[in-house]
Design a protein around this ligand. Structure first.
Ligand code: FAD
Ligand code: PYC
Length: 416
């Protein structure tokens, strides 16, 4: 990897240098690979990186129909936390959080991971009980979690509306202090650069249009850039997972919905943590630039369009003003949407499929950004060894026939 001197950095920044070195190559697809990963979001790129790094499997391609991180990876609001309810979830999300804690150094790429804490507000007795149950469950799994009283919550987030006369007064909260935010596209770029350096071919503008089988086994893919043979294939295509599964001839218990977010104009620092409210349906953090990054629950209808409807934006604006009256005259700079693939139990699917040699990672719904490194790690291990990684095993597709669901609607919180 090329190193730049300070003067070279300055010259490049004003267009007088000899240009930036490409962070990854742009190879033509080869006729065949040992493993092809479909989807160049964070999860797909992480899978390719860990295949190469942890398992020495380097004859790998990542096929992306658009540009790297152009799906949900580049559209999410970057909340990273591991405070889910069930032991199975604690396993995978905490593994991921631990990887986040060392990833900037490992990838030598500034992911701007900021462990500023995350507060989940409780506005009802039911939410207080649910928070307390989850905090105890987290602690039993060695995950940091605390309950804050109403007074402690208002002290932790001074801009919160402390009035008891609002629709949903703040009654308390749970907090995970190791939670936080990161820079979303940096994780795609960091994994891409590191995977490329280990020999992985990253191929953009390459849409998979068919999945070829020989009997019950996958043998390759047709793409907009030609046919590619593959011994093993990983489908890691978030909003389009059910479309790809249909190409392979099986169905997924997934619904695809738009999920929207927006940012305000930049203001002085007013919020040094992340706040979520499941009841009034809003969550917010402040970016390093000063913008408030604000998100919503899903749009209720199914869609494959990367945009949503206006009523959701009106709802989150009114919820924000209710919780944080100081934002009432703030301007919204932009809003956007992504397509999230949601399972009935609000937990992901990771593992084997009914087609031999074909693996899948999907169903992270509104909450997969935080899991990017952990999910890549376990999927790579699953593909390399042809059996589920122990942390992935509970999240198999079979749970929808066995009935061993992992219901995380409470922890998925506002976004579901
Ligand atoms: P993606 O980044 O979507 O990557 C999948 C890729 O597959 C895409 O780039 C797509 O173009 C490609 N693809 C699809 N079909 C094909 C094909 N046929 N051929 C080739 N390529 C194909 N999660 C959190 O943990 N915290 C949050 O704060 C959070 N906020 C969110 C806010 C919003 C508004 C949204 C939309 C999502 C949010 N999420 C959050 C969820 C999170 O973004 C996703 O779970 C996660 O990014 C999924 O990553 P991925 O790499 O699997 O998917
Ligand atoms: O999963 O923590 C999360 C989340 C926050 C906002 C959207 N998803």
């Amino acid at each position: 990897m090329r190193r730049y001197s300070f003067v070279q950095l300055l010259r490049n920044a004003i267009g007088l240098g000899d240009g930036w070195q490409q962070a990854w190559r742009s190879p033509e697809p080869k006729p065949a690979y040992d493993v092809v990963i479909v989807g160049g979001g964070g999860h797909g790129l992480a899978t390719a990186y860990y295949l190469a790094k942890n398992h020495g499997v380097t004859n790998v391609a990542v096929l992306e129909k658009g540009w790297l991180g152009g799906g949900n990876t580049g559209r999410n609001t970057t909340v990273v936390r591991s405070n889910y309810l069930w032991d199975e979830s604690a396993g995978i999300y905490e593994h991921s959080l631990k990887l986040w804690e060392g990833l900037t150094q490992e990838l030598n790429f500034n992911l701007m991971f900021s462990q500023r804490g995350l507060v989940m507000l409780a506005h009802t007795e039911h939410e207080l009980n649910e928070a307390s149950r989850r905090v105890h469950a987290n602690r039993l799994n060695g995950i940091d979690a605390e309950i804050l009283s109403r007074e402690q919550t208002l002290a932790f987030v001074p801009i919160l509306n402390g009035s008891k006369d609002i629709r949903y007064p703040v009654m308390g909260s749970s907090v995970q202090k190791r939670a936080g935010i990161a820079r979303h596209d940096a994780i795609a770029w960091g994994f891409a650069r590191a995977a490329d350096a280990l020999g992985v071919d990253i191929i953009q503008n390459c849409e998979v249009t068919a999945i070829r089988r020989d009997g019950s086994r996958v043998v390759g893919l047709d793409t907009t850039r030609g046919s590619i043979d593959a011994r093993k294939v990983g489908l890691v295509a978030a909003g389009h997972s059910s479309v790809l599964a249909a190409l392979a001839g099986f169905r997924l218990p997934i619904e695809s919905h738009p999920l929207q977010a927006m940012v305000s104009e930049p203001i002085k620092p007013v919020l040094d943590t992340v706040v979520m409210s499941g009841t009034v349906h809003v969550y917010v953090s402040q970016s390093d630039k000063g913008e408030l990054v604000i998100g919503a629950g899903i749009d209720a209808y199914n869609s494959y369009a990367q945009r949503g409807s206006l009523p959701i934006l009106e709802d989150i604006a009114s919820a924000m003003i209710e919780l944080f009256p100081i934002v009432s005259r703030l301007k919204v700079l932009r809003s956007w949407g992504g397509i999230v693939d949601i399972c009935p139990d609000a937990s992901p699917i990771i593992g084997k499929t009914p087609v031999e040699g074909l693996f899948i990672n999907c169903g992270w719904g509104t909450g997969g950004f935080k899991a990017t490194p952990g999910s890549g790690w376990v999927l790579a291990d699953t593909i390399a060894n042809d059996r589920p990684h122990p942390l992935a095993a509970p999240f198999s597709l079979e749970r929808f026939t066995s009935g061993r669901l992992i219901d995380e609607h409470g922890a998925a919180a506002v976004a579901h």
